[in-house]
Ligand binder design. Structure first.
Ligand SMILES: Nc1ncnc2c1ncn2[C@@H]1O[C@H](COP(=O)(O)OP(=O)(O)OP(=O)(O)O)[C@@H](O)[C@H]1O
Ligand SMILES: [Mg+2]
Length: 219
């Protein structure tokens, strides 16, 4: 499903290259459940953004579902993202001007679904995550944990083939965190490929394998 070959990412700072990702080679099969771990600043979010087609490496090759990603036109890349990827962002990235309901609905707009079908899916998500009572509120009216839950519901609404989750339980209490991990495990058993970033050994254990990053390299 995913093949990364000699991926580098650097930023030019004051005329010198500052490396964030250094020569990462990785193959991820459909149905895998991977936990990426590593200290703050080791490049976890950057790597996830590259895998999620939201950031471009400075060098290397990336194949996603058989497509040579870096050779694709931006429009095709966006379509590929919208069709197959659900993304839970570390800092939620909810759309401030949209209600909880509308935020969860956004990935469904790109699918060929009727208004009735969209309504049923959003209703199911609101129900499943216990946020029916929050559906007409805006992100600014929610707690951090509630925003995180909405971010997870949005990422899952369109039943993506690949779920990318950056610290998805970072702002949840331990019971909520365990529920989300149990849900991820169930979704993975049903066929969803999952890559999560986590600082928690316990959460990492829900996955099938762990990738440890240190200074932008796989240890
Ligand atoms: N636009 C940028 N310009 C320069 N450096 C950047 C830029 N974006 C990220 N970096 C650097 O890349 C490094 C890796 O950042 P990244 O967000 O991937 O780390 P992380 O492993 O996700 O950390 P955390 O656990 O704190 O979320 C950091 O040192 C950061 O300063
Ligand atoms: Mg990060």
């Amino acid at each position: 499903m995913i093949k990364l070959e000699h991926i580098f990412k650097w930023y030019n700072i004051g005329g010198t290259r500052s490396f964030v990702i250094k020569d990462i080679n990785l193959e991820i099969e459909q149905g895998d459940f991977i936990s990426i771990m590593g200290p703050s600043g080791s490049g976890k979010s950057t790597l996830l953004n590259i895998i999620g087609l939201l950031d471009e490496p400075s060098e290397g090759h990336y194949y996603f579902m058989g497509e040579d990603v870096l050779a694709l036109k931006p429009k095709k890349r966006i379509t590929l993202f919208q069709s197959h990827i659900g993304y839970v962002f570390q800092s939620y990235h909810l759309i401030d001007e949209l209600t909880v309901y509308e935020n969860i609905e956004t990935p469904l707009i790109y699918k060929n679904l009727s208004g009735k079908e969209r309504k049923a899916i959003v209703g199911d998500m609101l129900d499943r995550f216990g946020i029916v009572g929050k559906k007409d509120l805006f992100p600014a009216q929610l707690s951090g944990g509630q925003q995180q839950i909405v971010g997870i519901a949005r990422a899952l609404a369109a039943s993506p083939k690949l779920l990318l989750a950056d610290e998805p339980t970072g702002n949840l209490n331990s019971k909520q965190g365990e529920e989300i991990m149990a849900l991820f495990k169930q979704l993975n058993e049903e066929g969803m490929t999952i890559i999560q970033v986590t600082h928690s050994e316990k959460n990492a254990e829900y996955g099938k394998r762990v990738i440890n990053l240190l200074d932008g390299q796989v240890k």
